[in-house]
Design a protein around this ligand. Sequence first.
Ligand code: NAD
Length: 318
Amino acid sequence: MKVLANDGISKSGVDKLESNGFEVITNKVNQEDLVNYINENSIEVILVRSATQVRKDIIDHCKSVKIIGRGGVGMDNIDVEYARKKGLTVINTPAASSQSVAELVMAHLFSISRFVFDSNRKMPINGAAEFKVLKKKYGKGIELRGKNLGIIGFGRIGQFTAKYALGAGMDVLAYDPFIDKTTIDLKIANQEIEVPISTCSLEKLLKNSDFISLHVPMPKDGQPLISTNEFNSMKKGMRIVNASRGGVLNESALEEAIKNEIVSFAALDVFVGEPYPNESLLKNEKISLTPHIGAATSEAQDRIGTELADKIINFYNQ
Ligand code: NAD
C-alpha cells in the first residue's frame, strides 16, 4: 500500500508505517499534478498538512484513494463531508499539537510584555549606537503574574494555554458558549493540582482581561469574532494574541484599535490570506509576528506522524 505524505511527515511516522508494510512517498507533488500522480502510482492514502488541498477533483478522479489524512487540526483544505459521502475515510490528529500551540502563545505573551520581539528587531541595527535610547524605550515592561488572561474558545488549546498561564501566576477568564465549567489539571514538581474554572460571558471577559488569547475555529459565517465592537469593549492598553485562524480577528480593526491605544501590543501567528499576509501588519511595530508555526515543534510533529500512522494501520487491520 502506498502512502503519499505530500506536505511531509515525521520520521517516526514514516518508520511506523514502513515497519507495517506501507511504502511512504514524501516527494512534494504540485497541486495541479496530484490527480495524475495519485492515479499513476495507485496511492491509497494521501496525507496533507495545510498546504495541499484535497478537493472534489481528487476525490472524484482518484479511485485508488481510501484515506485522506490531515496532520493537525483544521481541515479547511479538505472537502471532508464530500469525501465521507463518497465512502472515503478522513482522519486528523486534533490533540497532537495543542501543547505546542499553547507554548507559542506563552512565548508571545512574554514577548509583548517585555518588548522582546521589537528589541530583537532594533538591537542588531541600533544596539551599539543607541543602547541607552533602546534601554529606555524597552524599559517599561509589565509582568504576567497577577494579570487576567481572557481565553476565548476553551477547547484543547485554550485549556492547555490556561495550564501555562496558571503556572505563570495569571488569573484565567474563559469564554466558550459550549463549555460551562471544567477542571484544569496542573502537575507542578510532581504535585497534582486541580483548578476548577467556570466560563464567563464574552462581555465580562472583554472588559476585564489584561491579555486575550483566541482559540476558536473559524466562525461558520466567515465573519470575524473579534472586530471593532469587541475591541471597543476591551480594557484600554490590553494585549491580544491570535494563534487560531487569521479571519477570527478583523485585522484592520486590530490596527485601528492599536492606533486608538485600546490595544497596546498584539501577537499574530495566523493571518488572513496566508501565505501572503497583509504587509501593513508585518510592518506594525506593535505586533509580534510568527509565520503560522504554532504546531511546528519536533515533539508535536512526532506525535502527529505516529498518530496518523496508528490510525492508518488500524484502518487496514479492521
Ligand atoms: P477545539 O475544538 O478543541 O476548541 C475550540 C473551542 O472553541 C471549542 O471548545 C468550542 O466550543 C469553542 N468555540 C466555538 N465557537 C466559539 C465561539 N464563537 N466563541 C467562543 N468559543 C467558541 O480546537 P483546538 O484544537 O483548541 O483549536 C483551536 C484553534 O486553533 C482552531 O482554530 C485551530 O485551527 C487553531 N490551531 C492553530 C494552530 C497554529 O499553528 N497556530 C495549530 C493548531 C490549531
